[in-house]
Design a protein around this ligand. Structure first.
Ligand SMILES: [Zn+2]
Length: 348
């Protein structure tokens, strides 16, 4: 069985000249939790970037590799924490989200639920690696499963958090859920997760590269760009009910209970107006979906409506993380949605 290796590898800038130019060859050198420390012009401050918590989300790792090859001297000390290379190294590389099936490292950072399992130990090692340098800011880089523009995810809408997000994107989803993710933890410094966009899209890697350059090169990062960031609040998580067969198609499939349009990922890119067709369901009058808000209240009737076997949006929505990957849509969720009517915003 694959294991999280207990050792931690520390690397400093002296190793930069030994870094292979091929990103896969670079990944293969990483045999466990790996920490890159690069000294900055100002050695009194440190910023941290964590990445590869999910082994199939390469943008942060690819950007780090480029950054190390460029031999930049950053404005302040930078620590990169490569969190889960063991999963990324499972063949074929960058295809496994977890080291062990269904064990999501990004659900284990709440250390109050401590145990001695390998995955808990890894989460603690990562938390310690971040805390021990007293960072002034922390960025956690990910990719989405489906095609998507970049966006930030945070539990806080403080100006510092929004300033950090603005280095990468102008969009953020604010969440109140506590699932044990690293960005929910208290490091006495602003922390955000950046979803750089789809894992297989070149554009996502460029978002990570450009954002890391701004994050590492600027002497001041808390520079009041917060107002540029577009905030989406109160995400609802839209999931299939149990034992429902999902299909993706351009019409109602005979082989599925519910069919979602094949180009659903396009709706990650822009606001979706009320009345947009999402898919088809014609077994009865009750959609086999749930859409819980952060308090666990059912919101499906506010998001989607069923008319003559067609599923439509009930009001203006922003979809996030919509994907046509069947395993993710079945086992995780179809998408997240925030209600975007001006009435709703005025109330918030
Ligand atoms: Zn991720």
């Amino acid at each position: 069985m694959n294991k999280f290796l207990p050792h931690i590898t520390y690397v400093d800038e002296a190793f930069a000249k030994e870094i292979p130019t091929n990103p896969l060859a670079f990944l293969r050198q990483l045999t466990g939790l790996t920490i890159f420390d690069v000294k900055g012009v100002d050695k009194t401050r440190t910023r941290v970037i964590t990445t590869l918590i999910h082994g199939n989300e390469p943008s942060g790792m690819i950007a780090l590799h480029q950054w190390l090859l460029a031999k930049v001297i950053p404005a302040v000390n930078i620590r990169f924490v490569i969190c889960n290379p063991e999963a990324a190294n499972l063949l074929p590389e960058f295809s496994h989200r977890y080291l062990h099936a269904a064990q999501d490292l990004n659900r284990f950072f709440d250390l109050k639920k401590e145990s001695d399992s390998g995955i808990h130990r890894r989460a603690k090692q990562i938390m310690d690696a971040v805390s021990e340098v007293n960072p002034e800011a922390i960025i956690d880089l990910h990719n989405t499963s489906g095609s998507s523009p970049a966006f930030g995810v945070s539990i806080s809408d403080s100006d510092k958090v929004l300033d950090l997000i603005s280095l990468f994107t102008n969009k953020v989803i604010l969440t109140g859920l506590n699932v044990g993710a690293i960005m929910e933890q208290d490091f006495s410094a602003p922390i955000v997760t950046i979803e750089c966009g789809g894992a297989t899209e070149l554009f996502s890697h460029q978002i990570a590269i450009d954002g890391i350059n701004r994050f590492t090169n600027r002497e001041v990062i808390f520079d009041h760009h917060a107002a540029q960031v577009d905030i989406h609040r109160f995400p609802c998580r839209v999931e299939l009910k149990q034992d429902v067969t999902l299909g993706f198609g351009d019409y109602a499939l005979l082989t599925a209970d519910i069919t979602v349009r094949t180009d659903i990922e396009k709706l990650n890119n822009q606001l979706t107006a009320a009345g947009e067709l999402i898919g088809w369901y014609n077994k009865n009058n009750e959609l086999p979906l749930t859409a819980k808000d952060e308090q666990g209240a059912e919101q499906l009737c506010n998001l989607l409506t069923l008319q003559n076997g067609c599923i439509y949006t009930k009001q203006s929505l922003q979809l996030f993380m919509a994907t046509t990957k069947l395993d993710i849509a079945n086992n995780d969720c179809l998408f997240y949605a925030t209600i975007e009517s001006s009435f709703f915003h005025d109330k918030s």
